[in-house]
Design a protein around this ligand. Sequence first.
Ligand code: ADP
Ligand code: MG
Length: 450
Amino acid sequence: MKILIIDDEKSIRDSYRMILEYEGYEIDEAASGVRALKKIKTGLYKIILLDLMLPDIGGIEIMERIKKEGLDVNIIVITGHGNVKDAVAAIKLGAFNFLEKPIEKNKLILILRNLVDIIELRVENKNLKSTLYDDIQIIGESSKIIEILEVIKKIAPSDSSIFIQGANGTGKDLIARSIHFNSKRNNKPFVEVNCAAIPDELIESELFGYEQGAFTNALARKKGKIELANGGTLFLDEIGDMSLLTQAKVLRVLQFGEFERVGGVEKIRVDIRIVAATNKDIRKAIKNKKFREDLYFRLNVIPIFVPTLKERKTDIPILVEHFSEGFFKKNAIKKKRFSKEVIEKMLTYSWPGNIRELRNIVERLIIMSDSKLISMNDFKKYSMLYDSENSEIIDKDLTLKEYSLLCEKQFILQKLEEANWNISRASKLLGVQRPNLYKKLEQLDIRIKK
Ligand SMILES: Nc1ncnc2c1ncn2[C@@H]1O[C@H](COP(=O)(O)OP(=O)(O)O)[C@@H](O)[C@H]1O
Ligand SMILES: [Mg+2]
């Protein structure tokens, strides 16, 4: 971090320089207010040591100009001994701290270290916030997405339950988060429960928590997800996979706003907003008595149907752009562009894994491609798309054996993508036993994600 020393006395500048260079700072100097302002405007300095008594423009005036122009610098003010009034004025104008002449070396070093820490924290914070924000941005210009964005804007501030339906990888999670972060509950927790991932016998203690001694391993009281979400939003993901028994208990919480921990008698009241999501055809599940109709009506105050990527292909180019930019930002790698042919190819593909699949392919191509422009060759080599719809394999110069292995690999990858890389789900989709699937993955050199 470069520091600018502003003082009209050379001997003083020299002594600061000696101290600070020894501490490893890079130093520059200005002997007058006019020169100082010129240098500050270059934006090269994050930190300024400013003597308030300058021959041409006073230090306070320099600070006023910095403020007026909105320059991003941190100022440590140097005042004559006993000149507290100026110091106060400077602090009011936003100075970070002040030092009195004659300068105490250790004090100067300490103040600078604190300032550097704060500046670094600020930068870190800004980066974190911007990646956080990127992660809940819903990208799309197709009419279907615009419609959803409008619904979100309208309903986010209310407390009504939302029921999101859509295939895997279409953005249900993202929409749930976006609803929470656009609601007045956004400073309270967003708690996610994946009902498909938690075994039936655990889901109750996961949702409701338990009291000490409720079962063998309950060594201490534990709060459940519902309690943790108090004041905020509870996202019941894959609710179509919830057992009927748990559905009944959840329904009770929704009706009465209260519940008991497992093994407890105390009634716990909560204020939560529910967002639920499923990739299942919920009407069919109701008809087959797999899902309670009364729970469905409670949850389905506002339905959102998320389209598949195939139904909104026009969004592919901006999604590719969005995922690339996000990936560059997070991974500090050189920027790469996608060639027109690759984008066009993407527009013809059917995307069974939807946006999740697109995102994975964008990231994979950025990692694997050796040039700055991702070409059709890279795409053929690394994308491994198998379009079941067009029955088209992208590379054509293959032996029969290579061809069939590639087919197999692409088909398995596609099913894995559809199953969100959950092996037992994928093995069901493929109609093979789990151990056999593992063997296949090894044989085809497919590494398991997540
Ligand atoms: N409209 C969108 N804009 C930007 N990213 C999206 C969009 N929809 C989905 N994504 C991204 O695609 C991936 C899959 O989305 P997700 O919400 O997990 O899908 P689902 O819950 O429906 O399976 C996530 O990385 C998500 O951030
Ligand atoms: Mg999801």
